[in-house]
Structure formats: C-alpha cells, structure tokens
Design a protein around this ligand. Structure first.
Ligand SMILES: N[C@@H](Cc1ccc(O)cc1)C(=O)O
Length: 422
C-alpha cells in the first residue's frame, strides 16, 4: 500500500479540528483540573481536553505520571484506532501525538488497531450507521494501519529522540483476542457485568435511538468490546489510561466501570477501605493487592475459612515453590492442587535412589534416555532440581514430613508419591 499516511478527517465534532477540540484523557484514577507536571504541560498545549474520572478517589491522575511517586513509573497508556480506511487520518495523528508525549516522558504506550471493533462500527459521534465493512477489507485496512503506526513511531524515534531514552511503543490489534473468543463464553463471562440502564444512557446510544434510523445490535455492543479491550490491556499490560477523541467518553467510561466493579460488588469491604486499597495499588501495582484481597474475600465466602487456608497453602506451594507449604498439605490437597498429576503409592526400600523413584513412578522412559533426563536437569523433587540419578532419597528433603514427594519432570508433568512403611 503506497497510500499516504494521513487522510482528511471528517468525523463530526470529535478530533476533527486540531486546536479546537483535543484529546480526551481517561484514566483509572482521579483527576482534578489543576493537573501538574506532564499533564499540565499537555493541557497548556491544548492537547488534552478533559480528564476522567473527574472526582472520586484521592490519588490524582497527574500523580500517576509522576516520576517522583514511587511505584508509579512507568505507566502504560493506550489509544484505539479503528481501521475503517486503509490509512491514518489527521484525527488519528492528534491522538498519536498524545501517545508520543507520554512516550517521551518515559511511559509505555500502546496503539491498538481495532481489527475486531471496526467490523461492528463505532456509533459514537455519528448520526447514521456506518456502512458495514467486509472482513477482508477490514483485515487489509488493519494491516495498513499497523504499518502506518509503526512507520510513524519509527520516524518519531529516529528523527526526534536525539539519543534520549523513551518508553516503548507497541502496536497491537484487538482481533488477536476476539478471534479466539467464543461468543457464548464471552457473553457469559462479560455480559453480566454490563447493565442495560448504563449502556442505554450513553450519549452515543441516546442520539442514535432518537434518530429515524435507530441503532443495530452490533453498534450497540461496540462499547462493550471497547470496554473489554481496556480491561484486557489492564490485565495483560497493566494499562490504566486510555486516550481518545471527545466522542469516546461513553465507550471509555464503560471500560472504567467494568474494571473497578469487582471489589465493590463481590466483597463487603467498606468503600473507604476499597479506596485505600486502590490507592496503594497505584503506588505498588506489582503487589497486586486488590486482586489478592478480592480472591481472599471471595474464597472465604464461597469455601469458608478452611478453604481459604488451603487455597493459600496451594498458592504458596505452586507459585512460590514453598517446601514448607508442601509439607503441611494432605495427599488429598496435593491431589487437588496437581489435578493432572498421577498418584502412586511406593514402598521405600533402603537405598532407594532418584533414578529408582522416577522409574517406579513411571515418570521417565527406561534406558539411557530416562537417565539423561535427570542428568540434564529435567527432574526436580519437592521443587529442588536433582541431577544425580544415583543419589539416595533423604527423608526431610526428598521425602516430606507428611510422607509425600512431589516429582516434576520437565515443565509441567507432576507425579505425587506417597511413601508406605516409612
Ligand atoms: N472507538 C474508537 C477506536 C477504538 C477501538 C478499540 C478500542 O479499544 C479503543 C478505541 C474510535 O472509533 O475512534
């Protein structure tokens, strides 16, 4: 495609007239109009028109981008671009410049091509339904847009960076996650979190419903897909901020609400405590405090205190390779935890070696191949690698206090051994 990078922009009042409108910045945190630092600079340029949410939590959006605030740096910010044509237009460029400003300040940015969303057509800012685009057309447009975005990012880096280190620029396409998505699974998992009243209240929907043409279901569901994108990028890339044209407010609010719902819905934690947890999360997102708290509260409610303790032991054993956690587990718990693992009861003869154990549990092939699997480091017992096939099992090390051994071959083949006559 030798098409020019930009084409003329002609979408209602959105991003159409640079300087007059501007980019709307939406974050998963609070913003006050008195933005400082990076955001204040962008505001002064007239690039960002509004921040959302405007009020509610104590941490302000500007602080999110502040190098000085521990744990906040760098952030990930995204903006979506639907491939309704085969080249970027000037409205896209304005949003892209918004992303570039963050990248220059050291944050990571994602330009998301809407290979899936473009099939539905965003009703925002439009009085009439878009002409449906064929799948092949959207695909080739998306390819062209991805190339265009990459080319622009490369120019920006090569011609403007002058050796400075900036954040990463990543191009993604939402068809990557919707292609694999089963419709019923999607509706069952996500659909229940969106309330009709809220979806219907969006300006884009209201305007269209009042128009003589009305609105199709595909268009109506558009905001759910965009909301899910935000959630997906939040989950996979810790992306907490979305940029978009002024017409995008409704779509982005849906995503914001979708992400924040859970602690309030699924727990009895008082609202100030939830706010506090979310505040700490901004400072130390890697601790995943809200996720852990949510898991704790829900597990306690559903499986009781015992279930919660057991789940904690399992997490320790699985994700922190904790031998202490393995040691206090019952064989039932261990079986539950390693559902795929085969279970064998073996008699511990004096002098039983690592090799004997692997063979008796049918965990390795016979002959030199099985032997080599051990020497080459493919075998561990109780989370510790064992490379000497001849070493004799030691109680307290290879055999846990509860009379069990957890044998792992390769990355994910587990065998639970219960030693008899210890
Ligand atoms: N709806 C946006 C594009 C977009 C697509 C997917 C997203 O996740 C975000 C934004 C527009 O039409 O401009």
């Amino acid at each position: 495609m030798a098409a020019p990078i930009f084409r003329c922009f002609s979408r209602g009042q959105g991003l159409g007239t640079p300087g007059l409108s501007g980019v709307l910045l939406l974050g998963l945190r609070e913003a006050h109009s008195g933005a400082q630092g990076l955001l204040a600079m962008q505001k002064a340029r007239g690039l960002f028109k509004e921040f959302f949410p405007e009020r509610g939590t104590k941490t302000e959006l500007p602080e999110l981008f502040d190098r000085g605030t521990a744990g906040n740096f760098p952030q990930t910010i995204y903006c979506g671009f639907d491939p309704t044509a085969d080249s970027l237009h000037v409205g896209h460029l304005l949003a892209l410049l918004g992303l570039f400003h963050f990248q220059r300040a050291g944050h990571n940015v994602i330009a998301l091509v809407g290979g899936a969303t473009a099939r539905l057509g965003d009703p925002s800012g439009r009085t009439k339904e878009r002409e449906a685009l064929e799948a092949e057309r959207v695909q080739s447009n998306a390819r062209a847009l991805r190339q265009g975005l990459k080319a622009l990012a490369a120019n920006h880096q090569q011609l403007f960076a002058n050796g400075r280190t900036w954040g990463n620029f990543t191009v993604l396409d939402n068809s990557a996650w919707y292609q694999k998505q089963d419709l019923v699974d999607f509706l069952a998992a996500v659909g229940g979190h969106f309330r009709m009243g809220t979806l219907l209240s969006r300006l884009s929907v209201q305007t269209r419903l009042k128009s003589p043409e009305g609105m199709s279901l595909a268009e109506f569901l558009y905001q759910v897909l965009q909301a899910y994108d935000f959630y997906y990028l939040f989950q996979h890339y810790r992306c907490r901020v979305q940029l978009g044209g002024s017409d995008q407010l409704g779509n982005i609010m849906s995503g914001y609400e979708f992400i924040h719902k859970y602690l309030k819905l699924f727990t009895f934690l008082p609202l100030p405590e939830i706010d506090h947890i979310m505040q700490l999360h901004v400072k130390e997102p890697e601790k995943r405090a809200p996720q852990k708290r949510l898991a704790t509260e829900v597990t306690k409610l559903v499986h009781g205190q015992e279930g919660l303790d057991s789940a904690k032991r399992c997490t320790q054993a699985l994700y922190h390779s904790s031998i202490e956690a393995l040691e206090v587990m019952s064989d039932q718990e261990l079986k539950e935890l390693f559902k795929e693992a085969s279970f064998s009861e073996l008699v511990l003869d004096p002098g039983t070696s690592v090799l004997d154990t692997c063979r008796k549990a049918n965990a390795i092939p016979g002959g030199p191949r099985g032997y080599r699997m051990i020497t080459e480091g493919g075998v561990s017992i109780n989370h510790r690698q064992v490379t000497n096939p001849e070493s004799v099992l030691v109680v307290g090390q290879h055999i846990l206090k509860n009379g069990l051994s957890l044998l792992k071959i390769g990355k994910r083949n587990f065998y639970i051994i219960k030693w008899l006559q210890l």
